[in-house]
Design a protein around this ligand. Structure first.
Ligand code: PMP
Length: 395
């Protein structure tokens, strides 16, 4: 490696300092599937750090579908959707996705991150992109790749959004990009109000529903469906790495939008398509989600239960409205210590610290899966309560 870069990167020793304290929380290996109980160093650990909201990533039916797809199509598409990497099952999945979210057409990418990189970036030089300050990193990176100017508004703050919208030229192209459910704070974007402002200022709206699909809306159809505003939202994106037990992502909209995206989005055109096993797994996950509505209703039963329990025991859980619980700690050392103590006590949770969030928003993220039992949720919360009290995070 170049000496200068070695010196530069060599100065970055923060992870080593945290490791020396014995509280390093990243890259912890699991020895099992992403289930409510996972194996770590041979021990059973309660998993509350996953995004597998429907608990499908280790489902035998998804595994079987993936195996059959490998047998028929092999392990890779060896190229992009644009050229040689389109399979009949990609097209079938895209039709299913478009129908699911109520849009004319959809196209799949090999990750959700790439969807945002390749779509948020498509604006023109005279355009503007309006981002919620809690938008996902992939949306921010997509906006950085765009020629359009970027304006950030306060999280879910409609006065702030209107203030930004009112400052730019009336006839310029404008795109507002929000998450449906926010991945860390667990609250929901007020889509009806956002769409009213979009109408008033003639802006398009894109919703990243990575955490909304499979969780809210009729049969898990997502945030736009939840508010009954699907027709008014221009673009809906989703990922397959959360509720749908796979890897990949998609964007859906009308034919005009999709025609442009399919022929101009660089992370779609210049990157290999989703492998057959992943396509088959998502497709099966959607079928199961639609056929087994009890999964989502159980997810909400345990979500409401956890909400009551956290509040009753004195946790600060912010304004969450979903199976994602931000447990406010507001102190980096205490946060990392709590995560380590929890793992020692058989509970996997994840820390969210700067630069991902400001210092006063340091949280532990606790997320539920439809396959958790109520007893497991109660057990996890009790263990966390003991740790939070010992560290005086809650009194
Ligand atoms: N958007 C949001 C809101 C996300 O939380 C994530 C994943 N953390 C992504 C996009 C990217 O999805 P993927 O994991 O498929 O790259």
């Amino acid at each position: 490696m170049n000496v200068l870069f070695n010196e530069l990167f060599g100065k970055y020793t923060l992870p080593q300092e945290v490791k020396e304290k014995g509280i390093y929380p990243y890259y912890r290996p699991l020895e099992s599937g992403q289930d409510p109980v996972v194996k770590m160093q041979g021990k059973d650990v309660l998993m509350f750090g996953s995004n597998s909201y429907l608990g499908l990533s280790d489902d035998p039916r998804l595994k079987e579908a993936a195996i059959e797809a490998i047998k028929k199509y092999g392990t890779s598409c060896s190229g992009s959707r644009f050229l040689n990497g389109t399979l009949d099952i990609h097209l079938e999945l895209e039709e299913k996705l478009a129908k699911l979210v109520g849009k004319e057409e959809a196209v799949t990418y090999s990750t959700g991150f790439q969807v945002n990189l390749g779509t948020v970036s498509l604006g023109t030089r005279d355009g503007y992109i309006f981002l919620d300050s809690y938008d996902h990193a992939s949306i921010i990176d997509g906006s950085r790749l765009s020629f359009s100017k970027v304006l950030k508004f306060g999280h879910n703050d409609m006065a702030s959004l209107e203030d930004k919208l009112s400052r730019v030229e009336t006839d310029s192209p404008k795109l507002i990009v929000v998450d449906g459910i926010y991945s860390m704070s667990g609250d929901i974007a007020p889509l009806p109000q956002i769409l009213d402002l979009a109408d008033k200022y003639n802006a398009a709206v894109m919703v990243d529903d990575a955490h909304g699909l499979g969780v809210i809306g009729n049969q898990g159809r997502g945030t736009s469906d939840h508010f009954g505003v699907t027709d008014r939202v221009d673009l809906i994106m989703g990922t397959f790495s959360k509720s749908f037990g796979s890897l990949g992502g998609f964007i859906a909209g009308n034919h005009v939008m999709l025609n442009y995206i399919k022929h101009n989005s660089r992370s779609l055109i210049f990157s290999a398509s989703m492998p057959p096993a992943n396509v088959a797994a998502v497709s099966k996950a959607i079928d199961i989600m639609l056929e087994e509505p009890q999964r989502i209703s159980h997810l909400w039963d345990i979500t409401n239960f956890a909400h009551e329990e956290f509040v009753r025991r004195g946790f600060d859980i912010g304004g969450t409205q979903s199976p994602i619980f931000p447990l406010y700690v507001r102190d980096v050392d205490k946060c990392l210590t709590a995560v380590k103590m929890a793992l020692d006590d058989g509970v996997f949770i994840t820390p969210v610290i700067p630069p991902a969030v400001p210092q006063d928003s340091v949280i532990i993220r606790f997320a539920l899966m439809a396959t958790h039992s109520k007893e497991q949720v109660e057990d996890g919360i009790t263990r966390l309560e003991n740790i939070f009290r010992r560290l005086e995070i809650i009194k």
